[in-house]
Design a protein around this ligand. Sequence first.
Ligand code: HEM
Length: 344
Amino acid sequence: MHDISDADRAVSRWLKVCLVLIFSMVILGGVTRLTGSGLSMVTWHPTGMLPPLGSEQWLEEFELYQQFPEFQKINRDMTLEGFKQIFWFEYSHRMLGRLIGLVFLLPFIYFWLRKMIKPGLTPRLIVMFILGGLQGLLGWYMVKSGLVSNPHVSQYRLSAHLLSAILIYGFILWTIFNLDTANNYRRLADSGVAAWRKASLGLVSLLLVTIVSGGFVAGLKAGLIFNTFPLMGGQLIPEGIGALSPWYLNPLENMVTVQFSHRWLATGTGILLIIWYIHGRSRFSEATLQSSFKLVGMMVIVQLLLGIATLLMQVPVLLGALHQAGALLLFSVLLFNIHALSRV
Ligand code: HEM
């Protein structure tokens, strides 16, 4: 086992700070959606930082909001105080995005000038920064879809925004694992590992599909119907599951089918991950791998329970946010597990 250089350690620490901020950003995004705050800012100024100052500016911002269908069709009774509440969620979400940009960029320039970034890592970091910028753009593209006569954000754009956030998060996390374990490979003469690695890629892909399907449930507010488990309206296969035509629109636009798909896709993914944990734990004795399998096993059970509770209680803000955080944590521990597998 070799020591990790001081420079790598510093770069890794910086990326961990960015990662925690991105995690918070995803959860704050979820809370913004769950509190119905996402459409409160109807303009986008990528470099503007200040919130309304003084009552005149607040009134102006509120008047702008009043010109859009969400106010006219849903929030007609909203007072200025009520508006301020939803405004602050969306504002914090946007500002946190900008803060992340700065927390990423400034240390990057410092490390680069001091030649502390190891060869090959600079292009990766630049790609991360560009992806972060595009994520902001995609966020605005998503918000715009709700500033129309039907004041609901498109479930397609919401899921794309969620998925890309999770992929950027995963990219950074993987880079951190690489930095923290550099020169620390211990190739075991274990011929069966290749099959495990392949299977792990299948599992993480399945988890991402489950996450996207969760985005569709969230986007369509499909968690507000059929709040029972496992049956939906007293049936295993609920009525209305194929109501839309053509048929392929159902898993994308029919609330019943979207919820049905998510609950069973998630349950299937969960069962596979539990089997994965049971076999992995007895198959590998290396300490890091053992703990990574245990983390996957624990986290998947927590996430399944959170999902069911969120559904049964008709998506209260706290549970909705915890369920979203759980998805991100499950993805993180699975990546840890896959990274540990790639080192044996
Ligand atoms: C592996 C397990 C699971 C994963 C990875 C997962 C992931 C997700 C994700 C990423 C979302 C979107 C959150 C957002 O955008 O705010 C979501 C939403 C949701 N999930 Fe799951 N989920 C899982 C299991 C379940 C289960 C078993 C149920 C219920 C039986 C469930 C019910 C829901 C509901 C009702 C929502 C909508 C919540 C909202 O509107 O915020 N999930 N899920």
